[in-house]
Design a protein around this ligand. Structure first.
Ligand code: HEC
Ligand code: CU
Length: 350
């Protein structure tokens, strides 16, 4: 039986619980940036509702009044419409002009008010970018997955993973956003607003997760065929748990011990896998696809398209085009023995 059991059960308990119970929308903020955006949203929503209700109420009152004016003719045959009044009486016209002006002034004031609320939200969010002690992560959008690199002042601590971003709770996270091919957009609604990822122009985004949890994200800019299957996950853990994950993620892969695993590694190196994928601690250094050094520690594969179970992994390796048509990984023609060995080897990439 090929492993991944721990990952599977973790997935079942954590991710599935998160889907069913949590609310992965901007209406459930879990960090200061998202909270500011939510307050902004509430202010706009409240003002718009008040304006809407007032407008509809006034329109209804006006139409009622007009009915009352013409109701005197009840019982008679419908009277002919009165001739259009070309000349309004001057006091009535002055009154109407006054109220039209009042409404224009109110509209301008309300719009300026909303502009002010919007500006102060942007300012409040921007202030987080000067906080010290941030976790530095570079996220690069690819068609159709996310490359995630953890930067560090010591080069030996820098490592790369994919699609699942682990962060500590209560600490600011700075994400530098890049794109390798077309424009993508980074959006984790619970944590902060969306931001475009533009080729040859890096942008920056800050967030902080206040509560542990798995927060769903999604590419928010149409980027081609598999845009919908370009999901990401931010996994916020208490600092101790995060540090444990970080230490494990920094280590290269362990050399395979069993014979079949060694054969699997050979398959990986000899088939084209190693041209597109990196495995730390081996000669495989391809950069076309996700880094697989610790692929077994991910909940999902192919940017959330499938769960990381042995069966799904085997299906993916044989024919990714069935799961994610158009994706940049080709079909692989492997003998059953080679596939089995390969899977046994991948299982060691914890
Ligand atoms: C031409 C380049 C290319 C080759 C060859 C290739 N892959 Fe991939 N692989 C990719 C790309 C690109 C993705 C990301 C697909 C996506 O999510 O859209 C990927 C994704 C994966 C994933 C999912 C990783 C994750 O975390 O989501 C696994 C596992 C994988 N490949 C294994 C293999 C194995 C094993 C082989 C060799 C039999 C192989 N690949 C050959 C390009 C390649
Ligand atoms: Cu996209």
């Amino acid at each position: 039986m090929i492993g991944g059991g721990v990952v599977t059960s973790l997935f079942n308990s954590a991710v599935l619980a998160a889907i069913s119970t949590d609310n992965h929308t901007a209406l459930a903020p879990t960090g200061p940036q998202a909270q500011h955006i939510f307050n902004d949203y509430k202010a706009f929503y409240t003002v718009c509702i008040i304006v809407y209700v007032l407008t509809v109420a006034i329109a209804l009152i006006a139409s009622r009044r007009h009915r009352q004016d013409t109701d005197g003719h009840k019982g008679e045959a419908h009277p002919p419409l009165p001739p259009p009044q070309l000349q309004l009486d001057p006091t009535r016209e002055a009154k109407m002009t006054f109220w039209v002006n009042v409404c224009i002034a109110a509209t301008v004031l309300i719009l300026f008010g909303l502009l002010f609320v919007d500006f102060s939200t942007a300012r409040a969010i921007h202030q987080f970018s000067s906080k010290p002690g941030a976790v530095n992560i570079v996220v690069t959008g690819h068609q159709w997955w996310w490359e995630v690199r953890y930067d560090d002042e010591h080069p030996q601590n820098v490592f790369t993973t994919a699609n699942e971003i682990h962060v500590p709770t209560g600490r600011p996270v700075k994400i530098v956003l890049q794109a390798a091919d077309v424009i993508h957009s980074f959006w984790v609604p619970n944590l902060t607003g969306k931001k475009d990822m533009i080729p040859n122009h890096s942008t920056e985004l800050w967030f902080q997760a206040d509560k542990p949890g798995i927060y769903w994200g999604q590419c928010a800019e149409f980027c081609g065929f598999e845009h919908a299957k370009m999901r990401l996950f931010v996994i916020a853990d208490p600092p101790e748990v995060f540090d444990g994950w970080l230490n494990a993620a920094r280590t290269p892969s362990r050399p395979p011990l069993e014979q079949i695993q060694k054969q699997g590694q050979q398959v990986f190196m000899l088939k084209q896998c190693s041209m597109c994928h990196t495995i730390g601690g081996t000669p495989a250094g391809g950069r076309v696809g996700p880094d697989l050094t610790h692929v077994m520690n991910r909940y999902t594969l192919a940017a959330g398209a499938i769960r990381n179970t042995p069966g799904q992994l085997a299906g993916w390796i044989l024919d990714p085009q069935v799961i994610k048509p158009g994706c940049r990984m080709p079909q692989n023609n492997l003998s059953p023995h080679d596939l089995q060995a390969l899977l046994e080897y991948l299982r060691t990439l914890q």
